[in-house]
Write a protein that binds this ligand. Structure first.
Ligand SMILES: [Zn+2]
Length: 290
């Protein structure tokens, strides 16, 4: 698809010419995806990144992400912002299309300094992140997502989206803006004690749709047990059964492991990148101009 075709695919866009001028390829985890960029005006504005041809989907993937310097840029283990953004981008890349609205709402809209003060209270007094904000005289969450909803309808012409989020406030904001929302959960594993506490606080105090960690532990146990049984069954099959059956058992085991192994997304994206390298035009081919 040419750049011109892609700009047309973004129905209702006010400044499609400007958007088309930003169109370029972005390489991530070894795979390329076309992206266009647009600034979002307003108090909590930021940047809209439109990946691929979202016009192909009746409800394209959308991630509304609030800026988190620690999680997004420094890859801090103490919150789930970075892993959520990473997982959302993996899903957009797999679909080859989607929208990322990256909003300037650091520290839930209170800024990095307040966030840092809150973290200090969390670590010294054991307060959860929302109580820490209250103790400092701030609201737990200053963010609003109505601007993002307006951008999706007025600038991108979207009336139906698959929203990558666990946050009910984002879902409600888009529905208030007359957008049909199908919520797509983002389930990440906490990488530190602090991240686990943060995610539990979001679940308990703000109604985020996250499974309790007790359930997660049970789920992981079931996965590990199934995998162990698979290994044993394969060993038995190799010893006792005909060779064809043993090969079949081994393939089933590998396929099962591939569905939950953490490296699966990276492997899939790399395979896609290799396939594209074989089938697509060279990178230095001239970019179409409209
Ligand atoms: Zn964060």
């Amino acid at each position: 698809m040419s750049v011109a075709d892609e700009s047309i695919a973004v129905a209702g866009l006010v400044n499609s010419q400007k958007l088309a001028c930003t169109s370029h390829l972005l390489t991530r985890k070894g795979a390329e995806i076309r992206v266009r960029v647009h600034s979002i005006p307003g108090r909590d504005g930021g940047q809209a990144l439109i990946f691929g041809d979202i016009g192909r989907f009746p409800a394209p993937l959308v991630r509304i992400h609030s800026r988190c310097l620690y999680g997004d840029a420094l890859h801090s283990d103490d919150c789930d912002c970075g892993p959520e953004l990473d997982q959302a981008m993996d899903m957009i890349q797999r679909a080859d299309a989607g929208v990322l609205l990256y909003l300037e709402q650091e520290g839930r809209g209170a800024g990095l300094e307040v966030k840092a003060e809150g973290l200090r209270l969390t670590q010294t007094e054991g307060r959860n992140t929302f109580d820490a904000y209250r103790a400092l005289g701030f609201d737990p969450d200053y963010r609003e997502f109505d601007t993002a909803a307006r951008f999706l309808t007025d600038q991108l012409g979207l009336r139906s989206v698959s929203l990558l989020t666990n946050n009910p406030d984002k879902v409600h904001a888009l529905r208030r803006g007359d957008i049909t929302v199908t919520r797509v959960p983002l389930i990440t594993e906490p990488r530190s004690h602090w991240a686990r506490e943060y995610m539990e606080a979001k679940r308990i105090h703000r109604g985020h749709r996250l499974p309790p960690f007790s359930f997660r532990r049970i789920g992981r146990k079931i996965e590990q047990t199934c995998f162990t049984l698979g290994v044993v069954a394969t060993a038995v099959a190799i010893y006792w059964a005909p060779r064809e059956l043993a090969v079949l058992a081994f393939i089933t085991l590998v396929a099962t492991a591939a569905t939950w192994h953490p490296a699966r997304t990276s492997i899939r994206l790399r395979l896609r990148a290799w396939r594209r390298q074989l089938t697509q035009r060279p990178h230095n081919a001239p970019t179409p101009v409209i």
